[in-house]
Structure formats: structure tokens, C-alpha cells
Design a protein around this ligand. Structure first.
Ligand code: NOJ
Length: 631
């Protein structure tokens, strides 16, 4: 049988210093890339043709495990999320775009991240900033062209980085041609691509005519009912998110085939995998029973884990992922930690990793803000280490485009502590167990935005919630805005702060699509790249450290003082190599006495200029972070 993966690997490695075949996939080559020559390709084909039957008879030896883990490139990766709308505008229309990203690849390379996760770049009417896709095979016009995408991808590969793209297939845009067809008539061939149901009989209307109510009580994540009445056929369609985001019916095999086909389209272009949007929601109970009052409290959990979710993920894996060397990470809304191994377990053949939201949402009660606390965070990381074994790989993240800024949420964004606390958080993310995901601007210590009024927001979630809660008089406007200052997704969507020029160098337009945080004059990339003590350069050092010492990737994790409310102290140990990470999660100084059993060898890195470092009692300043090598 033709082995596509081995062929691609051979071609990719031609012209690099990596061994051509049968070497660990994580080989990193630092020599300049040469495109494979025709001779190389011909040679690859010649080698692989006679090899195929031999390979079928003699299976390749299993790779050597590291501390029980099978090593792979995506376990060793450091991922950086780009939200294209807010990253860099190249053509002065106020909206970030793909050529803008390409122009900043050296900035990312210098930081040391080696996988870029690109939030949706597809054609979309932007009801939810690209998470409502109109055409999966087209680039959003505001972001550029397919040629721009190809150029960006080539630039990423040239720099030995990889690209994963967002796969948004729980729903499409209502402007996608499948839905345009689907809503036309009950017997349209695309009708069953979506969920259409009759309403329930409602009370008689003011005009004396009968009315209908939605088929069940499912709420939408973006306020109101999850069902929208469509007058053309007098039925309702399901939309867990905005009215303009109808949910696809995965029980229809044609839908699944279409999804697998579009995945292949992007993989064949050379992308290295997918971040899968709200993937646990793809399977629904087609009877759509009413949610119980208990389920209504957390309807995300009720929507996840549908009856055929695992079947569909396994089928997707068999049909698509198994044929490529890819990384997959699912946005696992509604999946508990205990359920995680059922999706990511390496014997399950579903996804490589998921995002659990326990840590990132530890500062919320429902949708309301509560200050994050260290004890809760530590307990979560300990539970992860207990529940996920060597067959279930984890992710580490505390920020993304759906959450406020990391330093404003888990650190201290006051002028005194913003820099050390941002560095401390980077220290933690890059030394905990699991693949770290950084969000654009974290490396600069970008902060939440000083929102004042509803007009400052762009997000559909906020606008809908305002109509449903404030306009109806259920919630006081000031209380609503005060909460959003801590929780709104727009906090992280303000444009990247590149320099001190107007609009932070993000755009030359008079007005960006969302206002730049006014603190760009102090917090910006130009200043940080040139300052050896900046958050950016500190983060780069941590990434390099993680790359060199596999203990930070595959090593055991142990929290040494779980009860301590301000100090997070843990070890990462791989064989005889052991590191101690000490983080002061408070703004006050702490004298912390190390357990006598620990023998410190040397200080590896610290986020402050601290003297007198190797002592049995550590005098830690507010938000100080240190990593020691242990003897
Ligand atoms: C999760 C995405 O991260 C979020 O931005 C989006 O609004 C919803 N899924 C709907 O696609």
C-alpha cells in the first residue's frame, strides 16, 4: 500500500539535516529550507514503491517511550493563537489580515513558538467574527486571498513552524449554500443538513390566529431560544449559538462526508491539523426533549456528549486524521476531566488533546466574575495529573479569544506588578504538564480594556445579552458593564499593540474595527523586542528552556504545597533530571522555607533581578517566579 505519510516526511526532510525516514517526527532542523527537487520526489517514490510490501510484513518498531509517553511533535510544541482580525492590518482597512500575519512571522519565530493556531480565516458574513462560515474553501475577503494564505503557509513552513486551522463544523453560517438550500422547502436535498422541527402549539395571538412556540426549551449560548422560526416552511431550525449559526445535522452521513472532504482540502494544502470548535456538541438527541431545571443551569454540559459523539470522532479519525501526520485539539465545552480520556486516550483514535475549561473559567460563577484563587487553580492541576495518565495528553492555557486577558485575570495588571505577574504566568504555563497554548499579546502582557459603555463592545454575545437582560430591565446597566470589564471576550480581541504609532501600529486606518487599548503607548511589541528584560524576551527564554529540557514536557508533576494560598511550588522530574518551580502568586513578599529533602543545584531562571538565591529560605518578592535545577 502507498504510504503517504512516509513519502511526505521524506520529501519534507530532503534538504534538511533531519534523518530522512523512520526518525522521530519531532526532529528540528535549523538549516535553511530548500524545496524538494524533482529528483528527491522521484527518489522518494522509487524508495517507497518497493518498500511498501516489506513494511506491511514488518511493522516499524514502536518509538521509545519517554517516561511512559509516546513522544510526538505536538506534545513538544508551544502553540500561539492568532486571531486574524486583531493581529496586523496590512492594507489599511482597519481589519487584520493574512499578509499582516505573514509580515510578523519573524516576530513569532523569534519568540520560539512552533505551532500557530489560526482562528477562522474562511469566507464569512462575520455574525460571530468568522465562527459562522459561508464557504469552507474560500478565504475571507477582508483577510486576503487563497494566494495570500498559501504564501503565509509557505512562510510558516520555511521557518520550521506549523499551522493548525480552526474547524468550525458544529454549525455553519445561515448564508452557507447548504443552509440557503435547506431553508427553501421541506423536500430540498439539503433539508436534512440541519435540524428542522415543528413548533409546539402556542396561545392564540392578538389577531385571533394560533401561534407556535419553539420545539423545546433549549437556550442559545447567545441568549434567547436555540430555535428560530423560519416563515418559508413554518418550521424552526436549531442554532446553539447565534440565529445566523444554524447547527449541522451530523446524523446525516452526507454532512459528515462534506466535513471530511473539507478537512482533506486544507490538509492537502499542507496545514498540520485543527483546533475543533465546540466539537462535543456535534451529536444531538434528535428527539430534543426539554432540558430539566437542573440541566438548564449548565446547558453546555447537557448539549455535549451526545449519543454518537464518540462514533463520529472515531469515524473522522479513520477517514481523515489517520491518513496524515496532524495535531488535533478539541474545544471541549461540556466535557469533564473524567470524560477526557474517552476523547484523547491514545487507544481511542479520536482527538490528540482537548481544552478543558476548569482552569480558565475558575474565576466565574456562571457568567459572573469572581476573583481567581490559587488554591482552586492548584487543585485543578493536581486533578489533571491524577486523572490523565501517560495515554491521555493534556493542554495548558489560561487565555484565548473567548476569555479576558491572562494578566488582568490571573495576575495583577497594576503598573507595579503587570510585568512580573505576566512573566510568572508564562513561567507556569510553560512548565506545567501538557502542550501550552499562548494567546496573541500574552507575550507583551496586554491587559483588559477599560470598557465604559455598551457601545464599546463588538461581540454578538454581549450585544444579545444586553438586549435580553439590560433592555428588559432584568439587570442594571452598570452592574452588567462592570462584570463585562472582567469577563468580556472583547478584552482579548482588541488589536495587537505593535508600536507607539497611532492605533499601536496595528492599522493605518483612522479607526480599527475594535478600539486599540489606549495603553499601547507603554505596552507594545517594538519596545519589548528590543528590551532584554521584557515579557516577550523572558517568554522566549522559557520556550527555549522547555525545548531543551524534556523534563518540562514529559516529566512527572508534583505540587509540593497544595494548601499554600500564595505560593505555587512544584517539581517536574524526568529520570535523574528534576526542576523546581516556585511562584509567588501574591503582591506581597513571602519568606518561603524549602522542604529539607530538596537539594537545590542552581538557579535556572528568575523573573526578577534577585540576589541571594540559593538559600533554604527563599525571600520572594511580590509575583516573583524562579526555576531551580535540583541535585
Ligand atoms: C467557540 C468559539 O471559540 C467562539 O468564539 C464562538 O463564538 C463559538 N464557539 C461559536 O462558534
Amino acid at each position: 500500500m502507498f504510504d503517504r505519510h512516509r513519502l511526505l516526511l521524506f520529501i519534507k526532510r530532503a534538504g534538511t539535516s533531519c534523518p530522512p525516514l523512520d526518525a522521530p517526527t519531532s526532529c528540528v532542523d535549523h538549516s535553511p529550507v530548500k524545496p524538494p527537487s524533482l529528483t528527491t520526489i522521484a527518489l522518494a517514490l522509487a524508495i517507497l514503491a518497493p518498500m511498501a510490501p516489506i513494511q506491511a510484513e514488518t511493522p516499524a518498531p514502536a518509538p521509545t517511550l519517554i517516561n511512559g509517553y509516546q513522544p510526538t511533535w505536538w506534545k513538544e510544541a508551544v502553540v500561539y493563537q492568532v486571531y486574524p482580525r486583531s493581529f496586523k492590518d496590512s492594507n489599511g482597512d482597519g481589519i487584520g489580515d493574512i499578509p499582516g500575519i505573514t509580515s510578523k512571522l519573524d516576530y513569532l519565530k523569534k519568540l520560539g513558538v512552533n505551532v500557530i493556531w489560526l482562528s477562522p480565516h474562511y469566507d464569512s458574513p462575520n455574525a460571530d467574527n468568522g465562527y459562522d462560515i459561508r464557504d469552507y474553501r474560500k478565504v475571507m475577503a477582508e483577510f486576503g486571498t487563497m494566494a495570500d494564505f498559501d504564501k503565509m503557509l509557505a512562510g510558516i513552513k520555511q521557518r520550521h513552524m506549523r499551522l493548525i486551522v480552526d474547524l468550525v463544523v458544529n454549525h455553519t453560517s445561515d448564508e452557507h449554500h447548504w443552509f440557503v438550500e435547506s431553508r427553501k422547502s421541506k423536500d430540498n436535498p439539503y433539508r436534512d443538513f440541519y435540524f428542522w422541527r415543528d413548533g409546539k402549539p402556542g396561545p392564540t395571538g392578538p389577531d385571533g390566529k394560533p401561534t407556535t412556540l419553539p420545539p423545546n426549551n433549549d437556550p442559545s449560548f447567545f441568549s434567547g431560544s436555540a430555535w428560530q422560526f423560519d416563515p418559508t416552511t413554518s418550521q424552526y431550525y436549531l442554532h446553539y449559538f447565534a440565529v445566523k449559526q444554524p447547527d449541522l445535522n451530523w446524523d446525516n452521513p452526507k454532512v459528515r462526508e462534506e466535513v471530511y472532504s473539507l478537512m482533506r482540502f486544507w490538509l492537502d494544502k499542507g496545514v498540520d491539523g485543527f483546533r475543533m470548535d465546540v466539537i462535543p456538541l456535534i451529536s444531538k438527541n434528535p428527539a430534543f426533549p426539554d432540558l430539566t431545571p437542573d440541566q438548564l443551569h449548565n446547558y453546555g454540559n447537557a448539549y455535549a456528549n451526545g449519543p454518537r459523539m464518540h462514533d463520529y470522532l472515531q469515524e473522522m479519525n479513520r477517514n481523515v486524521m489517520a491518513k496524515y501526520d496532524v495535531m488535533t485539539v478539541g474545544e471541549a465545552l461540556g466535557i469533564s476531566l473524567e470524560q477526557t480520556p474517552l476523547i484523547v486516550g491514545d487507544n481511542r483514535h479520536e482527538l490528540n488533546m482537548i481544552f478543558n475549561f476548569d482552569a480558565i473559567r475558575s474565576n466565574r460563577v456562571g457568567r459572573d466574575f469572581k476573583p481567581a484563587d490559587l488554591a482552586t487553580l492548584k487543585a485543578i492541576y493536581t486533578r489533571h495529573a491524577e486523572v490523565l495518565d501517560t495515554h491521555s495528553w493534556d493542554t495548558v492555557f489560561l487565555s484565548n479569544h473567548d476569555n479576558p486577558r491572562i494578566v488582568s485575570t490571573f495576575g495583577d495588571d497594576s503598573p507595579e506588578f503587570r510585568v512580573p505577574s505576566a512573566k510568572l504566568l508564562a513561567t507556569m504555563l510553560l512548565t506545567l504538564h501538557g502542550t501550552p497554548f499562548l494567546y496573541q499579546g500574552d507575550e507583551l502582557g496586554m491587559t483588559n480594556y477599560p470598557f465604559k459603555a455598551i457601545g464599546d463592545f463588538d461581540d454578538i454575545e454581549v450585544k444579545n445579552a444586553h438586549k435580553a437582560n439590560v433592555v428588559t430591565g432584568k439587570v442594571n446597566e452598570d452592574v452588567f458593564i462592570a462584570n463585562l470589564r472582567h469577563t468580556s471576550r472583547d478584552n482579548s480581541r482588541t488589536p495587537m499593540q505593535w508600536d507607539t504609532s497611532t492605533n499601536g501600529g496595528f492599522t493605518t486606518a483612522a479607526k480599527p474595527w475594535l478600539a486599540e487599548n489606549p495603553n499601547y503607548t507603554q505596552i507594545n511589541a517594538a519596545a519589548e523586542v528590543s528590551d532584554p528584560n521584557s515579557i516577550y524576551n523572558y517568554t522566549a527564554k522559557l520556550i527555549a528552556l522547555r525545548r531543551v529540557h524534556q523534563a518540562f514536557v514529559y516529566g512527572d508533576y508534583k505540587d509540593l504545597d497544595p494548601e499554600n494560598k500564595s505560593i505555587f511550588i512544584y517539581t517536574r522530574t524526568l529520570g535523574t533530571e528534576s526542576y523546581l518551580v516556585v511562584l509567588n502568586f501574591s503582591s506581597g513578599p513571602v519568606a518561603y522555607t524549602l522542604p529539607t529533602s530538596l537539594k537545590v543545584d542552581s538557579l535556572v531562571i528568575s523573573n526578577l533581578d534577585t540576589t541571594n538565591l540559593i538559600t533554604s529560605t527563599l525571600n520572594l518578592a511580590g509575583w516573583e517566579a524562579r526555576i531551580y535545577k535540583l541535585q
